[in-house]
Design a binder for this molecule. Structure first.
Ligand code: FAD
Length: 476
């Protein structure tokens, strides 16, 4: 006997579980299917983000930052810390318990919102009566679900490098990188994107000699150039070796470790020997096991599920959100799409503004931005004014002992509307929200410059950068 629902969501990551909760809030009878298993084989909803992405990476970044502070910065405060040691197993166990709290939190939220949860793989099958389709759940028990509407939120998987399959022992994806049981002496990374930089930072802080190989000639090409340069300077100073413009050749994996042949930007043949290699060259949309082709679900040329601006697929009543569709592969983008789709199903006007999605890299210094970069504005022929303010001139940053970086505002030359805000420095992952709100409300730089900001706070750097657009900083 099949079970009937208003909505069946396939995938319980940030896109899926949030869509399920919002749909339930709007009065729909909702099922959410997720196949992720914890170490004991039980359910672990939350997807990549909760299990092997956003949350565990931030837990390890926090632990490794404490370690670095104890070793390198406590002395500045007059604190003597001798014999500081890192127990990697304990750090990883703490990370696992943070993940579990989040898994349990989602199961609790499902109960609270009366979302029926099914643990297993969901796949499309043609309906027994020949019309439409049903969702078969293959888990501990087999179930068949019928939804008036279906949301696919099956996420993404790490992209593998041809000839260097992930064994999660020596050649690691994000999954293995978050589970290492000891600090490798030498760690190689291929790819200097968000994930590569965050993982490289964790293990460098714990004592690994880290080399990042990047194929592109520019560092963080999507980031505002001035901000990327400032960040690169900080990473160089920390000893994170980043080689740009390389071409990776043969990768040999043996019991002793990994040997990577590559050509550097000068065209010279090089070999990098490492104990472990993390490959972080992007992610591929995940439609494995959905049986999409059997029901004619259309994919695009990247293998993502093809959707229109409202997240509708080519199949009537079937929607798709998050990493499995076009757009930035970010948890908050997936969540916003999930909410918007649930609201559209209820006849409301769900909306996602792609121009104001914030980006954050949780390294130290952190990097955060929203809107267009200076190079994009130039390419688009937009006339703009720029203002920057360094954390060096911010009292709170000096008190914190972390004065790296700056805040940069880009505003329309005529109207003063904020077009982009770019930050590198302490806690900018939090500071960027002010810029997102300002851009959502189409604020001008002058609006931010005239708002009273608490003193002393890092947010004063935001106000001062807005003042800098009009060349009237007060503290620099
Ligand atoms: P996912 O989170 O991938 O969830 C999909 C879920 O669907 C999974 O649980 C999967 O098991 C399940 N599933 C798949 N197929 C089926 C099926 N057929 N049946 C049942 N279940 C199925 N983003 C940020 O915004 N901030 C960050 O700081 C950040 N850090 C990251 C760090 C790392 C190391 C990585 C790898 C990613 C990070 N991301 C971050 C990206 C973020 O994790 C993703 O953008 C986000 O998880 C996408 O959400 P989703 O719901 O689309 O998919």
């Amino acid at each position: 006997m099949s079970k009937q629902f208003d909505v069946v969501v396939i995938g319980g990551g940030p896109g899926g579980y949030i869509a399920a909760i919002r749909a339930a809030q709007l009065g729909m009878n909702v099922a959410c299917i997720d196949e992720w298993k914890n170490d004991k084989g039980g359910p672990a909803p939350g997807g990549t983000c909760t299990n092997v992405g956003c949350i565990p990476s931030k837990a390890l970044l926090q632990s490794s930052e404490h370690f670095e502070h104890a070793n390198k910065h406590f002395a500045d405060h007059g604190i003597t810390a001798t014999g500081v040691k890192m127990d990697v197993a304990k750090m990883v166990a703490r990370k696992d318990s943070v993940v579990k709290q989040n898994n349990d939190g989602i199961l609790y939220l499902f109960k609270k919102n009366k979302v029926s949860f099914f643990h297993g793989r969901g796949s499309f099958v043609k309906a027994a009566d020949g019309g439409g389709y049903e969702i078969k759940v293959a888990g501990a028990a087999e179930e068949t679900l019928v939804g008036k509407q279906i949301i696919i939120a099956t996420g993404s998987n790490a992209r593998a490098l041809p000839g260097a399959a992930f064994d999660e022992v020596n050649i690691l994806s994000n999954d293995g990188a978050l589970r290492m049981g000891a600090v490798p002496k030498k760690l190689a990374l291929i790819g200097s994107g968000v994930i590569g930089l965050e993982m490289g930072s964790v293990w460098r802080r714990l004592g690994a000699e880290v080399t990042v190989l990047e194929g592109l000639p520019t560092f963080l090409g999507a980031v505002d150039e001035q901000i990327a340069k400032e960040a690169k300077k900080a990473f160089d100073k920390q000893g994170l070796k980043i080689e740009l413009g390389v071409t990776v050749g043969e990768i040999k994996n043996s019991k002793k470790g990994v040997s990577i042949a590559y050509t550097n930007s000068k065209g010279e043949a090089q070999t990098l020997d490492a104990d472990k290699l993390i490959i972080s060259i992007g992610r591929v949309p995940n439609t494995i096991g959905l049986n999409a082709e059997a029901v004619g679900l259309q994919l695009d040329e990247r293998g993502a599920i093809a959707v229109d601006g409202d997240c509708k697929t080519n199949l009537p009543g079937v929607w798709a959100v998050g990493d499995v569709v076009r757009g930035p592969m970010l948890a908050h983008k997936a969540e916003e799409e999930g909410v918007a789709v649930a609201e559209r199903m209820a006849g409301q006007h769900g909306h996602v503004n792609f121009n104001t999605i914030p980006w954050v890299i949780y390294t130290s210094p952190e990097i955060a931005w929203v809107g267009r970069t200076e190079q994009q504005l130039k390419a688009d022929g937009v006339k703009y004014k720029a203002g920057t303010f360094p954390f060096l001139a911010n009292g709170r940053a000096r008190a914190l002992g972390d004065t790296t970086g700056m805040v940069k505002f880009l505003a329309d030359a005529q109207t003063d509307e904020i077009l982009g805000v770019h930050m590198v420095g302490p806690q900018v992952s939090e500071l960027i929200s002010e810029a997102v709100v300002a851009m959502e409300f189409k604020a001008s730089a002058e609006d931010i410059a005239r708002i009273c900001h608490a003193h002393p706070s890092l947010s004063e750097a935001t106000k001062e950068a807005a003042l800098a657009v009009d060349k009237r900083t007060l503290n620099f």
